[in-house]
Design a binder for this molecule. Structure first.
Ligand code: IPE
Ligand code: IPE
Ligand code: MG
Length: 262
């Protein structure tokens, strides 16, 4: 099993700690969908006397290794929060750096992601992204559209409130055009009008960086998600951290408001 797990991507040796964690994880009870708020890049850099941009660059390395791990484990969906609807408030320089980094990441990683069966998708108001970013995303979507491995969902210009607002507008339009009756509006109809239509809700949410909030991420979808928070800054977030999160997830009792038969 380990051979299968280590053989796919081109990367460094599996450490002993990682090996132990890999062996402890129950492969039959993996989360279907993992969501990650990739936070702490700026603080990571500033603590080292470096510009925030170098933190973002280091954060891309964490993203690479976490995507690899999820792909190797057979996780179905990985949603990574990369840029929020509120992040436009940052200095223009930082926003441009992040947009360029997105293009660089997609172009550089596309071949390897594609050859490992990863399907790239994005959620958010993509039409408002700069043109080079939209084009890089389109290239990635087109190339990977028929892949059936990990669905890598990048949350870009994403806001949970914006997503719900957009769903309300779409549904209101259907009612106005007499294509939908008000009594047909229910939870599953709303779910199918979110950007995440067709995807399972996240089972596990990971937020590194020591902040205890969801920062407008997946407000509807996180209703019964298990949270795993850590002080580690995203650029320091390694495979072992995600393995620890999954292991802890497997020890949680999920009740969804009901009771567990003992
Ligand atoms: C997350 O790191 C990346 C984005 C929000 C784009 P931050 O840039 O928020 O880093 P901190 O939270 O300031 O350390
Ligand atoms: C959340 O982090 C957004 C991303 C990681 C893309 P922020 O750094 O923007 O969140 P706040 O401002 O700390 O809530
Ligand atoms: Mg932050």
């Amino acid at each position: 099993m380990l051979k299968r797990i280590t053989g796919l991507f081109n990367r460094q040796k599996v450490t002993e700690d990682e090996n132990k964690l890999l062996q402890s994880i129950d492969r039959n009870r993996l989360p279907n969908h993992i969501a990650i708020i990739m936070d702490g890049n700026g603080r990571w850099a500033q603590r080292r006397g470096m510009p925030r941009s170098l933190g973002h660059r280091a954060g891309v390395e964490s993203l690479r290794s976490i995507v690899q791990l999820c792909s190797e484990l057979g996780i179905k969906v990985l949603t990574c929060y990369a840029f929020s609807t509120e992040n436009w408030k940052r200095p223009q320089e930082e926003v441009s750096f992040l947009m360029n980094l997105l293009v660089e990441y997609l172009d550089k990683e596309l071949e390897e992601l594609h050859s490992n069966g990863v399907k790239i998708n994005a959620i958010g108001r993509l039409a408002e992204l700069p043109q080079p970013a939209r084009e890089a995303l389109d290239r990635a979507f087109r190339k990977t559209e028929n892949n059936s491995g990990l669905l890598l969902n990048l949350a870009l210009n994403y806001g949970g409130r914006r997503e719900i607002t957009d769903a309300v507008v779409k549904i209101a339009r259907l009612v106005k055009d007499n294509r939908l009756e008000i009594n047909e509006i229910n939870e599953s109809l709303i779910k199918e009008h979110l950007y995440t239509a067709g995807m399972p809700d996240p089972d596990l949410l990971v937020r590194p960086s020591g902040d205890f909030r969801i920062s407008n991420f997946l407000l509807w979808q996180l209703a019964y998600t298990e949270f795993w928070l850590s002080d580690v800054m995203w650029p320091d977030f390694k495979r072992i951290h995600l393995l620890q999160a999954i292991l802890e997830f497997q020890c949680r009792e999920r009740r969804f408001g009901g009771l567990i038969k003992k």
